[in-house]
Design a protein around this ligand. Sequence first.
Ligand SMILES: Cc1ncc(COP(=O)(O)O)c(C=O)c1O
Length: 306
Amino acid sequence: MSFFEKIKSVNQQFILPMLNDGDFKMYIKREDQIHPIVSGNKFRKLKYNVQEAKGLKKNCLITFGGAYSNHLLATAYVGKNENLKTLAFVRGEELKNINYNSTLQKCNDFGMKLIFISREDYRKRNEIDYINYIKNKFKDSYIIPEGGTNEFGVLGCEEILSLEDSFFDVICCPVGSGGTIAGIINSSNDSHKVLGFSALKGSEINNVITKFTDKKNWKIFDDDIFGGYAKIDNRLVSFINNFFKNTGMILDPIYNSKMLFKIIKLIENNQWGFGKKILLINTGGLQSIKEMNNKLKKKGCEIIKY
Ligand SMILES: Cc1ncc(COP(=O)(O)O)c(C=O)c1O
């Protein structure tokens, strides 16, 4: 049986003590529980890409990612389980010594070949000439873009929402390369408002999303991200730890915790005009916590061991 069965994750209700207004109905879709390594959107984005690679009789998956990439790890794991070789172009030559990076160590353990490239070269990752160069060099390979965002990744993400989710007014989703939210927008209904919370400052993400969807029922927030991608401070650490104490759910420090932090801020500042039945998509990414805690040692705090 293929690793990729049809999976529907559960919606779990949670109560936020800081929101006194009892009318809010908040749920989290536990995409993080799909699999300990290929969690959340990674499972969704790889499903049809792997199907396509196999259909084309390719024997290797090639992809791109940075130091904490959940996508690289998921690709490495899936490749090992689906009998496909894996190769990744990693942003930053300084990461070559993988002893300091547990994500890359695990990728290596799953048999992924890692090629470290400069930030300058990494910027070419979507350019036709660069892709053609890779295709020529690594024949019989199937290239998955960074974050797994392409038409097949989006197609898989269209399976995140299900019929029962028409109950909700608002669907909230963290955003990186844009594929997850594009799939959610495509499968949302006309009464849904889809809100995206970008982990990156000032990215051109709206342009990416419009490549994959014609719908207009969405909006992206890209402010309030604690100074940038993967940046963190004591406030965010306390927020993650308190949320865990109150609900038993742990949120990753790069995407999902920043999304909920911003949602609460908007509600508390009376800037939330989107409806009170709210569904958050928990896209997983918990493996980044270990890495983050290593960084946090210097700041004298840590994300709770769950
Ligand atoms: C845990 C997690 N959540 C959300 C995202 C953002 O998804 P996308 O890149 O499809 O916008 C990512 C990155 O890909 C991720 O690793």
